[in-house]
Design a protein. Structure first.
Length: 313
């Protein structure tokens, strides 16, 4: 073999040796970068602000995630939606869980103030259930009836009860999507939580409660067609067939036959693939979506199998 050939082989050998060395260096550098991150999907602590309306299902999401990732801690503070959205500008809060996406203006403010990009995604859909005292005769309600109750003009003196009369996602949904400019009756009552709404309605006549469906789902019912026995759940006029009335069952929420449906959205503030990203991916993944299904919400990313039921269900 001539000198040129030998030099060619030597050059190739040197190139492959350099490639291997660079590969080993890169692997070490990646591991060092991982260790330098404040948190990852498998370790660390983050703080989350979540709408109180979704406490049962978010508690379960966190419990399962932490069980599967023992090195993690997700601290969730439940509060009215308006306060959660204020936390978009709180540097220590990594994620907020509410019923709407971040607006363009909110994203710009977060980017300017915190130097981080806010991204959001719908992970499930929820129904605002109308709950009545046990044995109430008013179990079939049109949306005109609902508006009349909310404005104090219903034929019967039924008083609406909320998990707060301002700043909550339920109240915002009622004002923006149902009243659309009309004023909420001054007789409306405020409980301190969705759980207190259920307790108050179960013990008092002449009231109507408005809460997220996850609070009244019967976890022992594998068919997802029964609710808590403490209160009665009203049938509302279906969106597709005027003479049909439906409850806030998953199928009706999924198909939007139920007239009061809202989104469940996470807004994540994270520039690295950390614990916030891991938890967000978990909620939109198979296990997280099954947890939403068990909580009577309609999952966003997994097909919800729908079995035939009676028309009025």
């Amino acid at each position: 073999m001539n000198g040129t050939g030998m030099r060619c082989i030597a050059n190739k050998a040197a190139f492959f040796l350099l490639f291997i060395v660079m590969g080993l260096f890169s692997c070490k550098s990646f591991e060092e970068q991982e260790r330098a991150l404040p948190d990852t999907s498998d370790r660390g602590t983050i703080y989350v602000s979540a709408d109180e309306s979704f406490k049962p299902v978010i508690d379960e999401q966190v419990q399962v995630y932490e069980s599967n990732h023992p090195g993690t801690k997700i601290n969730v503070e439940y509060k009215p939606e308006a306060d959660c959205l204020k936390d978009l500008l709180t540097d220590s809060v990594r994620m907020v869980i509410v019923t709407r996406r971040a607006s363009v203006d909110e994203k710009e403010v977060v980017a300017d103030s915190l130097k981080v990009q806010a991204r959001s995604m719908v992970v499930a859909r929820d129904g605002v259930a109308v709950v009545l005292p046990p044995g109430s005769p008013d179990t079939l309600l049109t949306m005109n009836d609902i508006r009349a109750i909310l404005t104090g003009k219903f034929k019967k003196n039924l008083i609406p009860v909320f998990d707060g009369v301002k700043a909550t996602s339920t109240v915002r949904f009622i004002i923006d999507s149902i009243l659309k400019g009309d004023s909420l009756t001054p007789a409306a009552m405020a409980a301190r939580s969705s759980e207190e709404v259920i307790d108050y309605v179960s013990e008092n006549s002449g009231v109507v409660g408005f809460i997220g469906v996850s609070w009244i789902g019967n976890r022992e019912d594998s068919s997802y067609l029964s609710f808590s026995k403490k209160v009665s759940v009203a049938y509302l006029q279906a969106t597709d067939i005027p003479d049909s009335y439906v409850k806030a069952y998953q199928a009706n929420i999924y198909l939007k036959r139920y007239p009061m449906v809202r989104d469940l959205v996470y807004i994540l503030k994270e520039n690295h693939r950390g614990l916030g990203t891991g938890f967000a991916n978990f909620m939109s993944g198979e296990i997280g979506q099954l947890i939403f299904k068990r909580a009577y919400l309609a999952p966003s990313f997994k097909f919800l199998s729908i079995r035939p039921v009676k028309l009025n269900e």
